[in-house]
Design a protein around this ligand. Structure first.
Ligand SMILES: Cc1cc2nc3c(=O)[nH]c(=O)nc-3n(C[C@H](O)[C@H](O)[C@H](O)COP(=O)(O)OP(=O)(O)OC[C@H]3O[C@@H](n4cnc5c(N)ncnc54)[C@H](O)[C@@H]3O)c2cc1C
Length: 407
């Protein structure tokens, strides 16, 4: 049986990126991608709501790493070798222009993930990379000077292997057999389920807020950004960030916890009370709920006024000190009980995977077994939403390709 120079396990984002770069760096190398599914690149296809959020317009390596709850320290070095600017020019050299949206996310100008898939498939064809679909890797064995990969369709020997199988527990078990330790998998990037009268009538409403979850024994999780009220509870970037940074803790408390929302992040507690007191005297005859204050959306203001025990049609002059204090609390410190989570359909990832201490991040090679490389979500690396998860796949794919072809 032919021995391949490089076998890539998994035909996803990281696997394809590594295969193409390796073939360009060493054109004579025999490279094979083994994919268990009947299609390759399935996650790329559905990514970013079908538009594929390829990367994020952040060009300073240390700033970019701050978006990775797991992997922040380890990616610092790799991002100095291959990051956003390199991704943009890599695709540009292949005729694909990326555009930046207001929030920094980058998409192909076609707004279609098919553009990325077509590019990868054309490149693998041009470079003579072999792809075997419906080939599920079932065992990985190190023989004297090569690897033997067993699949449902027979064995494939290779000098070097790249494991790019994403979050597949079966492969993680095989890695354990090779001596690696695996951080247990838990979901990341999800939204919070909340049933509460204050937000029941407000689905679709979005505003900027600071959200905070206090964790037992490990301090506070805090994030600021757009907060979206949905039929199920709270979502939006502020919540997704919390879900990523708190992935493990929130799993441990079975997704039952309290969240505090500050709807008026630009103001201190004193400033709010001062403004409310001023309104009481300067707009004494005006109905409290009628005009939204602090630039809040009107329906949210009304809901918070009601939640403070202020009954319609109260006017500012009617409010006593306690009601003003309650309103201030609702504005700056609304507490909600979260009970469960929902999947964020645009993008979700798994936290967990191969222990990062066991990988050399100059090459993405295992420190435990020679000629065994990793890239993408198989590692215990994941990011908040915004194109960062693919950037991890591209960076790991590129650097492992370079290392595999220069050994
Ligand atoms: C709905 C959704 C939308 C997303 N949108 C975005 C986005 O817009 N931007 C972003 O940055 N990230 C996004 N992500 C996250 C991103 O898709 C992943 O981080 C990324 O795909 C990881 O790449 P990977 O190559 O490591 O793994 P994958 O893309 O999961 O690829 C792994 C491949 O290995 C194959 N495989 C697994 N086990 C075996 C086996 N035993 N034998 C052979 N093959 C095997 C799998 O079938 C798969 O094809 C999204 C995720 C989801 C679920």
């Amino acid at each position: 049986m032919t021995k391949h120079d490089i076998i890539i396990l998994g035909g996803g984002a990281a696997g394809f990126f590594a295969a193409i770069n390796a073939a360009e760096m060493e054109p004579e190398a025999k490279i094979l991608i083994l994919e268990r599914g009947k299609e390759v690149l399935t996650k790329v296809r559905i990514s970013g709501g079908g538009r594929c959020n390829v990367t994020h317009a952040e060009f300073i390596p240390d700033e970019l790493t701050k978006n990775y709850p797991r992997g922040e320290k380890e990616l610092r070095g790799p991002f100095h070798t291959f990051m956003t600017g390199d991704t943009i020019s890599w695709f540009e050299q292949r005729g694909i222009k990326l555009k930046i949206e207001d929030d920094g996310r980058m998409f192909p100008v076609s707004d279609s993930s098919e553009t990325i898939i077509d590019c990868f498939l054309k490149e693998t064809q041009r470079l003579g990379i072999e792809i075997l679909k419906n080939h599920s890797v079932q065992n990985i064995e190190k023989l004297t000077d090569f690897w033997n990969i067993s699949t449902n369709h027979g064995d494939f020997p290779a000098k070097k292997i790249l494991v790019a199988t994403g979050s597949n527990p079966k492969i993680w078990n095989l890695m354990k057999k090779l001596g690696h330790s695996i951080e247990p998998a838990v979901p990341s990037l999800f939204t919070f389920n909340i049933k509460d009268d204050r937000i029941k009538e407000l689905p679709g409403l979005a505003t900027n807020a600071v959200v905070k979850v206090t964790l037992r024994n490990s301090g506070d999780l805090i994030s600021e950004g757009p907060l979206l009220i949905t039929h199920w509870g709270l979502s939006g970037p502020a919540i997704l960030k919390l879900s990523a940074w708190g992935a493990r803790h929130l799993h441990d408390v079975h997704y039952k916890f309290q969240i505090q929302v500050n709807w008026v992040p630009g103001f201190t507690s004193e400033e709010i009370l001062e403004k409310l007191t001023k309104l009481k005297f300067e707009h004494a005859k005006q109905q409290t709920s009628k005009y939204a204050q602090f630039e809040l959306p009107k329906r949210l203001w009304q809901s918070l006024v009601t939640a403070s025990g202020i009954e319609e049609p109260a006017i500012w002059a009617d409010l006593n000190k306690n009601q003003l204090l309650d309103l201030k609390e609702q504005l700056i410190n609304s507490t909600f009980s979260v009970d469960g989570k929902s999947t964020f359909k645009e993008e979700f990832v798994t936290a967990g995977g191969v222990n990062l201490k066991e990988v050399n991040f100059k090459t993405f090679e295992s420190k435990i077994a020679e000629n065994l490389f990793f890239a993408g979500e198989v590692l215990n690396i994941d990011a908040i939403t915004g194109g960062f998860n693919f950037q991890n796949a591209w960076t790991g794919g590129y650097i492992s390709a370079k290392a595999m072809t220069s050994k």
